[in-house]
Design a protein around this ligand. Structure first.
Ligand SMILES: *[C@@H]1O[C@H](CO)[C@@H](O)[C@H](O)[C@H]1NC(C)=O
Ligand SMILES: *[C@@H]1O[C@H](CO)[C@@H](O)[C@H](O)[C@H]1NC(C)=O
Ligand SMILES: *[C@@H]1O[C@H](CO)[C@@H](O)[C@H](O)[C@H]1NC(C)=O
Ligand SMILES: *[C@@H]1O[C@H](CO)[C@@H](O)[C@H](O)[C@H]1NC(C)=O
Ligand SMILES: *[C@@H]1O[C@H](CO)[C@@H](O)[C@H](O)[C@H]1NC(C)=O
Ligand SMILES: *[C@@H]1O[C@H](CO)[C@@H](O)[C@H](O)[C@H]1NC(C)=O
Ligand SMILES: *[C@@H]1O[C@H](CO)[C@@H](O)[C@H](O)[C@H]1NC(C)=O
Ligand SMILES: *[C@@H]1O[C@H](CO)[C@@H](O)[C@H](O)[C@H]1NC(C)=O
Ligand SMILES: *[C@@H]1O[C@H](CO)[C@@H](O)[C@H](O)[C@H]1NC(C)=O
Length: 735
C-alpha cells in the first residue's frame, strides 16, 4: 500500500524526463517561424556533428551561410546557401519567411537567397539532421524527409555525403558544381554528375566538355577505376536503389558509420574522395581523379588507347593508324586514329575475307555504349550482323555492350578492366601466324619428346625381353613412372596461390567478389536462399543488384574440399567455355571463407527430375535424347576439343545441371584432372568419385583415363533411359 505513491512518483519523473529531453535539444536544432540565426549564432544537428552558420571562406571577407562539420578541427563546408550572393557585413540573418521558405537576409532586410520551394505551408520549421541534411517541412512533421518541402541534400553544392541520393535520370545530370576558388564558393567551371546511358557512370565536366569518367557501373564497382578493383578501400557501400518515387538513385555508406567521409568536386576540377583521419586530425585524400594523363577524358583521341606505364602514353588501337601522323609525332594526340584497312561490310565487293574480332584485354571500355540483355554469343552475333557496330564486350553485371560510334576514351590497365572485342578487317587479323620463337620452341619440344619416347620404348623392350614372365606388373609400373614425370597437376602454385593471398590476379575474366557483397546477394545466406548441399558445402541462390541470378557454393570450413580442390576448380573452369559446361562468374576469398559464384540454373540438376516419380514424366524422349547429346558434347569438349585435356572423374546425374531450356551443363570440377596431350592413363593413390559411376579399374586400381569418364557416361546414359538409379533395388520387378 505504502509503495505505490513512490512508484507513481518515479513514473511521473521518468515521463517528464522523456518529454523534456527532446524539447531541450529542439531549441538548438530546429528553427521555426519567428526565430532567427544571426551572424555568429549556429544551428546544430542533434549529434552535434554538423552546424549551420555564417562563414568567410579562405581570404574572403564576404559572409556566406553554409553547413559545415562542427566537432572536428577542420570545419570543412559541405553546403552553401547564398553561394553567388555574398553578404558584405556581419549583419545577415537566417530565418523563415512569411511564405514559409527559408531565407537569408542582408543587413537592409532584403532577401539574398530563398529556398524557393513552390508548395509550402506557412507554418514551416527547419531542422539540421544528423547526416548534414537541412530539412524544411511543416512544423508538425519536423525533420521528416518524406514530407519535406525542401532539403539541402536535393540541392547540393560541391559535396556528396553518405546518405545523399544522386538521381540517375534519363539524361546527364549535373548534380554537383565546384567552387570558383578556395575563397569563392560561387559556381565554378567544373561539374560532377551521372551519365545514365548504357550503364550509369560518374562524369566530371569542365564547362560542358567531359574531363573524366569513372567507367560503367557493373553492380559492384565503377569498372574504369583501377583502384576500385581493391574493393575494400573504394567501394564504401556504393549502390543503386529504386526509391518510392520509382526513380533510381546512387547512394553510398561507409562500412563504419562513425567514419566521416565525403566526395567532392574541387575548385580546380578534381573528383576527390576524402576520409577524416581521427589520429592525424586531417582529411585524408583516398583518391583523386583524373589522377594522371591517361585518366583525362579521351587523352589519346578516338580509336587511340592510353597506357599509363607506356612511353609515350598514346598508341592507336590495333588495326588503326594516326589520323594526322605529323601532329601525332609531335605529341598532339587530339586527332586520334583511323582504320588502316576498310571493313568487308563497308565495301561493295566481296573479294576479301570476313571481318573478325580482336580482343583488347584489361581495357577501360569506351564511352557511349548501348547495352542489351544478351548472352556473350548473341552479343557477338548482334555486332557481326550490323556494319555500324565497331566493337562489343560482355561484362558481368552489365551484359552485352555494343559501340556503334567512334571508340572514345579507351585505356589500358595493368590488371583490372574488361575485354573489348574490336571489329577488324580480315587482313588485320593474325591468322594463327605464330612468332618464330614459339615455332622454334615447339620444334625443340617435339624433338625432345620424340627422343624420350624412343628411349622409353627401348627401355620397355629391354625389360620385356629380360622378364617376359611378369610382363603385366612391369607394364603397370611403367605407366606409373610415366605419369609421375609428366602429370600436370594443378597443385603447382601459380594463379591459385596468388588468388588466395587476396591480391588481384583474378584476371579480366574472373572477378573477385567481396564477402559482404555475396552475403547481401544471398540475403545473408538465409535458409530460403539455400538451394542444396553440394559435395563440399552448401549452395545458395543469390541475386546481383542488376537482377542477374547466381548460385553461390560456400565451401564449408571443415569440408573435404580443401585448398587443392578449390584451386583446381577455379583454374579449370575459368579456362573452359562451352555451352554444356556450367559457367563460373567469379569467386570470393576472405579468410577462411571460400566461395564460388556460378550462373544460376533454374531447373536444378538432372537427378531431381530423373528419379522423381512425378517429374520423370516431364522428360520426354526427345528431351532425354537432347540431354544425352548435350552431355556428350560437353564431355567431348573436355576430352578432345578444349585447349586442355580434362578428365572430370565425377560425372553423375547430380552433377548435370539444367538451365531454363532444360539444356544440360556439366558442373563440379573439384576432382577433375588435366592430362598432357600425349598422355593416356594416370595412376593415382587418391581414388575419388562416386561408387556406381566409377569404372572398375579406377575404383580398384586407381587407374584412370578418358575411358573412366566414358564409363560413367555409360552408367548415366542407362539411368537417363531407364529413369532408375544405378544403385537402387526394385524388389517389385522380381515378382
Ligand atoms: C590568402 O592570401 C595569401 C596572400 O595573398 C595567399 O598566400 C594564400 O594562399 C591565400 N589563401 C587562400 C586560401 O586563398
Ligand atoms: C544597404 O543599405 C546601405 C545603406 O543604406 C546601402 O549602401 C547598400 O547599398 C544597401 N545594400 C543593399 C544590398 O541594398
Ligand atoms: C529563387 O527565385 C528567384 C526568383 O524566381 C530567383 O531569382 C532566385 O535565383 C531563386 N533562388 C534559388 C536559390 O533558386
Ligand atoms: C505550428 O505553428 C502554428 C502557428 O504558428 C501553431 O499554432 C502550432 O501549434 C504549431 N504546431 C506545432 C506542432 O508546433
Ligand atoms: C574557368 O574558365 C574561365 C574561362 O574559360 C577561365 O578563365 C578560368 O581560368 C577557369 N577557371 C579555372 C579554375 O579553371
Ligand atoms: C592516419 O594518419 C596517420 C598519420 O598520418 C597514419 O599513420 C595512419 O595510417 C592514418 N590512418 C588511416 C586509417 O589511414
Ligand atoms: C593538334 O592537332 C589537331 C589536328 O589533329 C589540330 O587541329 C590542332 O590545331 C593541333 N593542336 C596543336 C596545339 O597543334
Ligand atoms: C558502294 O556503292 C555505293 C553505291 O552503289 C557507293 O555510293 C559507295 O561509294 C560504294 N562504296 C565503296 C567503298 O566503294
Ligand atoms: C545498325 O545499328 C544502328 C545503330 O544502332 C541502327 O540505327 C541500324 O538500324 C542497325 N541496322 C540494322 C540493319 O540492324
Amino acid at each position: 500500500m505504502s509503495r505505490s505513491p513512490v512508484i507513481v512518483f518515479f513514473l511521473s519523473l521518468s515521463y517528464s524526463l522523456l518529454f523534456l529531453a527532446p524539447s531541450c535539444h529542439a531549441a538548438t536544432n530546429t528553427l521555426t517561424k519567428g526565430q532567427s540565426i544571426k551572424d555568429g549564432e549556429i544551428l546544430t544537428s542533434v549529434d552535434e556533428n554538423f552546424e549551420l552558420g555564417f562563414f568567410s571562406p579562405g581570404n574572403s571577407t564576404s559572409r556566406y551561410v553554409g553547413v559545415r562539420y562542427s566537432k572536428i578541427q577542420d570545419q570543412a563546408v559541405i553546403w552553401v546557401a547564398n553561394r553567388d550572393k555574398p553578404i558584405s557585413g556581419t549583419d545577415g540573418v537566417v530565418k523563415i519567411g512569411e511564405d514559409g521558405n527559408l531565407l537569408v537576409v542582408n543587413g537592409n532586410g532584403s532577401s539574398v537567397w530563398s529556398s524557393n520551394a513552390s508548395f509550402v505551408s506557412s507554418n514551416t520549421a527547419l531542422m539540421l539532421d544528423t547526416t548534414g541534411n537541412l530539412i524544411l517541412s511543416s512544423n508538425d512533421s519536423i525533420g521528416d524527409t518524406d514530407k519535406a518541402y525542401w532539403q539541402s541534400f536535393n540541392n547540393p553544392t560541391d559535396t556528396y555525403l553518405p546518405d545523399m541520393k544522386v538521381l540517375i535520370g534519363s539524361a546527364e545530370i549535373y548534380a554537383f558544381t565546384s567552387w570558383k576558388s578556395t575563397s569563392d564558393p560561387s559556381p565554378g567551371n567544373f561539374t560532377m554528375g551521372v551519365d545514365p546511358r548504357g550503364a550509369p557512370q560518374i562524369v566530371v565536366w569542365e564547362q560542358s566538355r567531359r574531363r573524366w569518367r569513372s567507367g560503367h557501373w557493373n553492380g559492384l564497382i565503377f569498372s574504369g577505376v583501377p583502384s576500385m578493383a581493391a574493393f575494400t578501400t573504394y567501394r564504401y557501400g556504393f549502390k543503386i536503389t529504386r526509391e518510392n518515387d520509382g526513380k533510381l538513385y546512387f547512394t553510398y555508406n561507409p562500412s563504419d558509420p562513425s567514419e566521416l567521409m565525403k566526395f567532392q568536386i574541387t575548385w580546380n576540377g578534381f573528383e576527390e574522395q576524402k576520409r577524416w583521419n581521427k589520429s592525424a586530425k586531417a582529411w585524408q585524400v583516398m583518391q583523386s581523379q583524373p589522377s594522371e594523363e591517361c585518366e583525362k577524358y579521351n587523352h589519346c583521341g578516338n580509336f587511340g588507347v592510353c597506357t599509363p606505364s607506356g612511353s609515350p602514353n598514346c598508341r592507336c588501337l590495333e588495326g588503326f593508324q594516326p589520323r594526322h601522323p605529323d601532329q601525332w609525332r609531335l605529341g598532339n594526340w587530339s586527332g586520334g586514329c583511323e582504320r588502316r584497312s576498310p571493313l568487308q561490310c563497308q565495301m561493295n565487293t566481296s573479294n576479301g575475307g570476313e571481318d573478325g574480332f580482336k580482343a583488347v584485354r584489361c581495357a577501360k571500355l569506351p564511352d557511349f555504349a548501348d547495352v542489351y540483355q544478351l548472352s556473350s554469343d548473341d552479343c557477338k552475333k548482334k555486332c557481326q550482323n550490323n556494319c555500324s557496330c565497331k566493337a562489343y564486350a560482355h561484362v558481368t553485371g552489365i551484359r552485352c555492350m555494343i559501340w556503334n560510334g567512334d571508340l572514345t576514351d579507351v585505356q589500358n590497365h595493368i590488371q583490372s578492366g574488361n575485354t573489348l572485342y574490336m571489329r577488324l578487317a580480315y587482313s588485320e587479323l593474325d591468322h594463327s601466324r605464330l612468332p618464330t620463337y614459339v615455332i622454334v620452341l615447339i620444334v625443340l619440344a617435339g624433338l625432345v619428346f620424340v627422343a624420350i619416347s624412343i628411349w622409353l620404348l627401348w627401355m620397355l623392350k629391354k625389360k620385356l625381353k629380360a622378364t617376359s614372365a611378369s610382363m603385366s606388373t612391369n607394364h603397370e609400373l611403367q605407366v606409373h613412372d610415366l605419369s609421375r614425370s609428366k602429370e600436370y597437376t594443378t597443385d603447382l602454385s601459380g594463379p591459385g596461390d596468388l588468388v588466395l593471398e587476396g591480391s588481384q590476379v583474378n584476371g579480366p575474366d574472373l572477378p573477385m567478389f567481396n564477402f559482404n557483397f555475396v552475403a547481401v546477394a544471398t540475403n545473408n545466406f538465409s535458409e530460403e536462399n539455400k538451394l542444396g548441399q553440394g559435395g563440399f558445402g552448401l549452395v545458395y541462390k543469390g541475386k546481383l543488384p542488376g537482377g542477374e541470378e547466381i548460385a553461390v557454393k560456400r565451401l564449408s570450413k571443415i569440408s573435404g574440399q580443401g585448398l587443392l580442390e578449390f584451386k583446381n576448380e577455379i583454374i579449370l573452369i575459368a579456362k573452359l567455355q562451352h555451352r554444356n559446361l556450367v559457367r563460373l562468374l567469379g569467386c570470393s576469398i576472405q579468410g577462411d571463407e571460400k566461395m564460388l559464384i556460378y550462373e544460376y540454373m533454374p531447373n536444378k540438376s538432372l537427378d531431381y527430375f530423373l528419379f522423381d516419380p512425378e517429374k520423370q514424366g516431364l522428360l520426354e524422349w526427345n528431351k532425354r535424347f537432347e540431354i544425352i547429346e548435350g552431355i556428350a558434347r560437353g564431355l567431348l569438349y573436355l576430352h578432345r576439343d578444349s585447349r586442355l585435356r580434362i578428365i572430370h572423374r565425377d560425372l553423375k546425374a547430380s552433377n548435370i545441371l539444367l538451365d531454363e531450356g532444360m539444356n544440360p551443363k556439366i558442373s563440379d570440377f573439384g576432382m577433375a584432372r588435366i592430362f598432357g596431350a600425349n598422355q593416356n592413363e594416370i595412376n593415382t593413390n587418391r581414388v575419388v568419385g562416386t561408387y556406381g559411376y566409377m569404372a572398375p579399374e579406377y575404383a580398384m586400381e586407381g587407374l584412370f583415363s578418358v575411358k573412366s569418364d566414358v564409363y560413367s557416361f555409360g552408367v548415366l546414359l542407362l539411368e537417363i533411359v531407364s529413369g532408375r538409379r544405378n544403385t537402387s533395388f526394385r524388389m517389385g520387378s522380381l515378382e
